[in-house]
Write a protein that binds this ligand. Sequence first.
Ligand SMILES: Cc1cc2nc3c(=O)[nH]c(=O)nc-3n(C[C@H](O)[C@H](O)[C@H](O)COP(=O)(O)OP(=O)(O)OC[C@H]3O[C@@H](n4cnc5c(N)ncnc54)[C@H](O)[C@@H]3O)c2cc1C
Ligand code: SF4
Length: 346
Amino acid sequence: MSSRPSFYITRLENWVDLPSSLGTLGAQILAGGTDLVPNLTWELASPTMLVDVMGISELREITIDAEGRWVIGAAVTLSDILHHPVLGAHYPMLVAAVHAVATPEIRAQATLGGNLCVDTRCRFRNQPPIWRSGLDPCFKSDGNRCYAAPKSRECVAILSSDTAPVLIALGAEVAVGGPELRWVEVEALYSGDGHDHLTLGPQEFVRAVRLPRVSPAGVFRKWRDRATMDFPEVDVAVAATLDEGVPRDIRIVVSAVGPAPVRISAAEVLLDSSPWTDAQLERASVMAREAVHPYDNGQLGVIGRQLAVRSLVLDALTALRAALMETGGEQNDLGGRDSREKGQPR
Ligand SMILES: Cc1cc2nc3c(=O)[nH]c(=O)nc-3n(C[C@H](O)[C@H](O)[C@H](O)COP(=O)(O)OP(=O)(O)OC[C@H]3O[C@@H](n4cnc5c(N)ncnc54)[C@H](O)[C@@H]3O)c2cc1C
Ligand code: SF4
């Protein structure tokens, strides 16, 4: 017999009241509910109070700040982002990631804040209670073991937010509301522990996302079982800007392979200092595969996900090179052929 959790729901209309509501022991934000409600049904979350933020108008606005940067409120729905008349033209990679989330029905309800804060997933835990009752509790259920990574001392459940890697590649920031307001890079939102995967304090919440004034060129790729509905098995986002024909500020982000997105720093340095030949892009994709360590807690096995990382990074970088060349990159720095094959000095 299932013992469904019981809780109160409070609906706020002003974000100023949010920190004190969240200060109540066991309180949890309810945004679109597309992640949280299924988790409640499967007894994967046990809040004592749900704080519904969908009535807070400031969290539902898309605005431009005094410095010309787009600011998207945490409770803006993914559909609102997709249907915004102008945003998509400036940030096509963000729109591609939003479009890849779930289904149109879910996107109509799901929010950007909820997507960034979506709970981590694991095939050993995201199961009905009756299935889980055959296993001793793991770290994420306050037990003392991990079935996916038996040698690990912490939970390695997967972050499946499709927007997180893209916002990191774009260099976006989040406004963390609470007793004090602070802006942090999206990357800093994730702790790396799948059990407690956000760095938010007990009274803190994501208030908004701020995009850079000028978007770098970027490409997003997602690997999933079916072309719709499914959570990512691997996400890749790559971005760069052109500085007098030379790619700069290169960001290569791999996600859905662990509790936090991973920057592939070695590959970013490689491509910052050498022409983007086929051979260099291939090297960068191998570096990405070597930098990530997926566990057997998704649908695709470990080797499949490693291969997917390599293939998606190569594909994304190749598409990014083409996009940069279209916007004026010099053949010398973005050439598709290997300069060594042509006998050119580097
Ligand atoms: C069938 C199905 C398929 C899905 N496929 C995908 C997919 O492909 N990609 C993907 O990324 N997601 C997917 N999801 C998960 C989910 O729908 C999305 O991540 C969605 O964007 C979550 O947003 P929400 O507003 O519904 O969040 P909610 O369910 O309301 O909340 C999610 C979590 O975030 C917390 N939270 C919400 N807002 C805030 C805030 N402002 N500050 C701090 N914490 C907050 C909540 O407390 C909760 O823990 C899927 C879900 C389903 C049911
Ligand atoms: S990764 Fe390990 S600890 Fe985390 S939910 Fe899965 S089995 Fe549990």
